[in-house]
Design a protein around this ligand. Structure first.
Ligand code: SF4
Ligand code: SF4
Length: 289
């Protein structure tokens, strides 16, 4: 089962909810739990889960290199590249590696066989194990991606992380914030998506966008309202109007904020949160079946 945890905007508490859910599930030793941090521009789930990283693997994409001795400047490569990563001038071919998606189309269609491909490192995947954080919690397989600083394309790295999913057990994916391509890649093939929001006008606006994306992708979703005791009722009213289940409401709690600032998941705070996450998981299981 693959469960994504997403939010239309950053700062809603998505990662604390994803990590707490993973820890709760790890208590049931019958389940194999994997945690994928696909928020590759700023992965921070490791702060809460404290994994031992055992393996680091570079992720490369293939970008074109043009042999000007063979090139006749016909422009076919530029025509096929929808990303404008290759431009042909009168006596020059310019390649913009940062825009290249590594699809290989240009080298395939070059009539003069003038294009070869070279690897460009865009980031790394780190893999390890979360050991017991608390008496009750169990092991979690942990995988995270780190995009190189300044690298504009997160999607190939997220795709590479997702290839590592073991279909046995439960996979929790921490999705990048927003509603752009990296989000779509991260939630793709999820059985369910938890949309984390907060009861503010910004939270509502970004929730609406996220719901639209999930509906387009036909991914079943429900809402968790974080800091539910501040703000207004407009998120709830929207969910009722749109028949979206509010799966959990987590109140603002100063103790949780203090724990958060020390890198401690909210689940550790006590039975109150354990109950909220147990009920959240029970709702997901009912929905996913
Ligand atoms: S398709 Fe090949 S031959 Fe034509 S401009 Fe591009 S690199 Fe040169
Ligand atoms: S590999 Fe694909 S994305 Fe990259 S330059 Fe060629 S056609 Fe464009």
């Amino acid at each position: 089962m693959i469960i994504s945890v997403a939010s239309g905007k950053g700062g809603t508490g998505k990662t604390t909810i994803a990590t707490s859910l993973a820890l709760l599930l790890s208590e049931e030793r019958s389940q194999k739990i994997q945690f994928l941090d696909c928020d590759v521009e700023e992965p921070n789930a490791y702060i809460f889960l404290k994994p031992q990283i055992k393996k680091t693997q570079p992720v490369n994409i293939l970008v074109p290199q043009v042999d000007k001795r063979k090139c006749n400047f016909c422009g076919e490569c530029a025509k096929v590249c929808v990303y404008n990563a290759i431009v042909v001038l009168k006596r020059e071919v310019l390649v913009f590696p940062e825009l290249c998606h590594g699809c290989g189309g240009c080298s395939l269609l070059c009539p003069e066989d003038a294009i070869t491909e070279a690897e460009r490192k865009m980031g790394v995947i780190e893999e390890g194990q979360v050991r017991r954080i608390q008496i009750r919690t169990g092991p979690i397989r942990f995988i995270q991606g780190r995009l190189n600083i300044g690298e504009p394309m997160a999607t190939p790295l997220i795709r590479a992380i997702k290839k590592k999913i073991n279909p046995d057990g439960v996979t929790i994916i921490d999705v990048p914030p927003g509603t752009s391509c990296p989000v779509i890649e991260a939630v793709h093939r999820s059985d369910f998506c938890i949309l984390v929001t907060e009861p503010t006008p910004f939270g509502l606006n970004d929730l609406k966008l996220a719901v639209e994306v999930m509906r387009k992708l036909r991914i079943d979703c429900g809402v968790v309202i974080n800091r539910a005791n501040i703000g207004d009722d407009r998120v709830k009213e929207y969910c009722h109007r749109e028949s979206i289940q509010i799966m959990a409401e987590i109140p603002y709690d100063r103790n949780v904020a203090v724990l958060y600032s020390s890198g401690i998941p909210m689940l550790i705070e006590g039975e109150k949160y354990r109950k909220i996450f147990s009920q959240l998981w029970a709702s997901i299981e009912r929905r996913v079946g």
